[in-house]
Design a binder for this molecule. Structure first.
Ligand code: F6R
Length: 245
């Protein structure tokens, strides 16, 4: 694992955006695996700036997102589709027909997951999979003890994740209890993984995930087994592993 230590959140966002930009420049028809959450917002802003400056062209890029809440439509401001549209898709010249997320409106979980697996198979290998890190070590919505489940599946969110996501909703009752997520096998099959982490509140998780044993109790720890992972993290997020670097 290559670890890039950055000064702060902005620095993390710029450096991680540079890695994605380089991918798009080198392979204009690349497949990007994308994530939602607070951490990548600065990175997406930066990519949009690069597009505005004429440095990036997304016209041939395909994207596949990690996950989507079950039960939310694309128009719902809390859906991950809406998030992606707000933060990236509508700001750049990407072909929206080439942007994919699990279908949150499909009530039949088996069908939704099967359809997303078919999409993933049809787009081919992901060139860079962007990931954030949950406080409990989750990646996508692969929660602790999910036994490294393989492909797209429906998960019931843990209490900790519901609490963490609560800030985006009006009340706790509004936080969806289930989501469709890419599985660990799918995430691990990306050519390269780019993980962005910021803040002292993630420092313990970073230590457990990347300097502890590989275990389903800390899903991100499986990334230790991938041969091309770049962790771009700020000083605060690396504050508990300083002596181990
Ligand atoms: C988002 C996702 C989640 C987040 C994680 C960190 O698509 O799959 O795993 O990456 O919960 O979220 P933030 O960045 O909000 O701390």
């Amino acid at each position: 694992m290559k670890i890039i230590r950055t000064k702060d959140y902005d620095d993390m966002s710029r450096k991680a955006a540079n890695i994605i930009s380089a991918q798009v420049v080198l392979k204009p028809d690349c497949v990007l695996g994308l994530a939602t959450g607070s951490t990548p917002i600065g990175l997406y802003n930066r990519l949009a700036e690069c597009y505005d400056n004429g440095d990036l062209d997304f016209s041939q890029v395909t994207t596949v997102n990690l996950d989507e809440y079950k039960g939310l439509t694309r128009e719902d401001p809390q859906s991950y589709y809406y998030f992606m549209n707000e933060n990236l898709f509508q700001k750049v010249n990407i072909n929206k027909d080439r942007t994919f997320l699990p279908d949150g409106t499909e009530p039949d979980s088996e069908k939704a997951c099967r359809q997303y697996n078919e999409i993933l198979a049809s787009v081919g290998q992901v060139d860079i999979q962007l990931l954030g890190l949950g406080h409990n070590g989750h990646i996508g919505f692969n929660e602790p003890d999910s036994f490294f489940k393989t492909e797209t599946h429906c998960v019931t969110l843990t209490e900790q994740t519901i609490q963490a996501n609560r800030r985006f909703f009006e009340s706790e009752e509004d936080v969806p209890r289930q989501a469709y997520t890419m599985g660990i096998k799918t995430i691990m099959s990306a050519r390269r993984i780019l993980l962005v982490v910021s803040g002292e509140d993630k420092a313990e998780t970073v230590k457990n995930a990347f300097f502890g044993p590989v275990t389903p109790q800390v899903p991100a720890s499986v990334l230790q087994l991938h041969n091309d992972v770049i962790l771009v993290a700020d000083e605060a997020a690396l504050s508990k592993v300083g002596e181990l670097l």
